[in-house]
Design a protein around this ligand. Structure first.
Ligand code: NAI
Ligand code: MG
Length: 347
């Protein structure tokens, strides 16, 4: 089983190194790693954020463990050369359309949440976000209006096939959890959302055991703060899912805790923390590696079919937190490496 390691920029190399230590501690038979350059690191080395060798390695690998991309030195580059294009390019080239973002509050961290502890402690939800379509990938550009005004436009579209496959991903995830699926859209004003809703309802016929509900995205944003415990699985489009999952991270306590998987339906997946490259703390040893370590656990569960090993990592993180492991984002003083040590000590 080949794992592609793409540490990327900023804190990426520091946090991926801790996840690799944790994987090594499990001594899994037949696991091999290959490193690849992505993001600003790749641009600086070879002139492109997603070089052909990296893409080739990504296609050959059973799974990709990704740190983060984004480098302030690259801010002035044209869009196609920006580090962030690496993640969009990998999602598109590998057909990674289903982004799973679990949000759960570790009991010890309920006080870190932006919400009241009793509200926060009820959070145990999964956002299933579509990542191959929507307004991010539609036709876009600038034009001039009849009155000579400069105008920007981005076309939002979804077709039935795109919605059907993410709907199945949502229902299957709900079936494996508490059996509740909330589809989030804006069907009161958007045709893409009306189609989304029609298709989700049609797909629901295959999942009579899952309770389906629908919510408009503005209400969903409000409900995530008011009563997040009502949600089990949320399925939504690329734009709405991007925003709602960042919002969910603050409900959980720290963006340094949230893992994600992006799958293409063939078993292959890309695993990364939901945060970015955190240039403000890169190199200081302040980065919390737990989101990346938990992403490695998702990798074992979804791409390598090793659910018991995934459980071991998740339990070790929970125990390390219960024993008091705290990086600065969690109100403590432990370094990135010390947080890794704390998880290893439990394992
Ligand atoms: P960010 O997530 O990198 O940082 C936001 C804030 O959270 C910062 O104050 C940072 O120090 C803190 N933070 C993030 N991860 C942390 C961790 N593990 N431990 C402790 N604190 C942590 O988002 P920002 O600042 O908006 O973006 C920085 C760069 O990352 C940009 O270039 C952006 O485009 C890129 N980015 C890349 C992503 C990816 O690779 N998938 C996702 C999001 C942003
Ligand atoms: Mg985001």
């Amino acid at each position: 089983m080949l794992i592609a390691l793409f540490p990327g920029d900023g804190i990426g190399p520091e946090i991926v190194a801790q996840a690799v230590r944790v994987l090594d501690a499990l001594a899994i038979d037949g696991l091999t790693y290959e490193d690849g350059l992505v993001g600003g690191a790749a641009y600086k080395a070879v002139g492109h954020p997603l070089p052909p060798e990296t893409l080739d390695l990504a296609k050959r690998a059973d799974a990709i463990l990704f740190g983060a991309v984004g480098d302030p030195d690259c801010d002035a580059l044209e869009r196609r050369l920006r580090p962030e294009q690496a993640i969009l390019g990998l999602r598109k080239e590998l057909g990674l359309f289903s982004n799973l973002r679990p949000a759960k509050v570790f009991p010890e961290l309920a006080d870190e949440s932006a919400l009241r502890p009793e509200v926060a402690s009820a959070i145990d939800l999964l956002i299933v976000r579509e990542t191959n379509g929507d307004v991010y990938f539609g036709e876009k550009g600038f034009r001039t209006t009849a009155d000579g005004l400069r105008e920007g436009y981005d076309v939002m579209s979804y077709n039935e096939a795109e919605v059907r496959r993410i709907a199945h991903a949502g229902f299957q995830a709900a079936r494996a959890r508490r059996g509740k699926l909330c589809s989030v859209d804006k069907a009161n004003v958007l045709e893409t959302s009306q189609l989304w809703r029609d298709v989700v309802i049609a797909v629901s016929a295959d999942y009579p055991d899952v309770a389906l509900s629908h919510m408009y995205v503005d209400n969903a944003a409000m409900q995530l703060v008011r009563n997040p415990g009502q949600f089990d699985v949320i399925v939504t489009g690329n734009l709405f899912g991007d925003i709602l999952s960042d919002q969910a991270s603050m409900c959980v306590g720290s963006i340094g805790m949230l893992a994600s998987a992006t799958l293409n339906g063939s078993g292959q997946g890309l695993y990364e923390p939901i945060h970015g490259s955190a240039p403000d703390i890169a190199g200081t040893g302040k980065a919390n590696p737990l989101a990346t370590i938990l992403s490695a656990a998702m990798m074992l569960r979804y791409s390598l079919n090793l659910p018991e090993q995934a459980d071991r990592i998740e339990a070790a993180v929970a125990k390390a937190l219960a024993d008091g492991a705290r990086s600065p984002d969690l109100g403590g003083t432990m370094s990135t490496v010390e947080m890794g040590d704390a998880v290893l000590a439990v394992l």
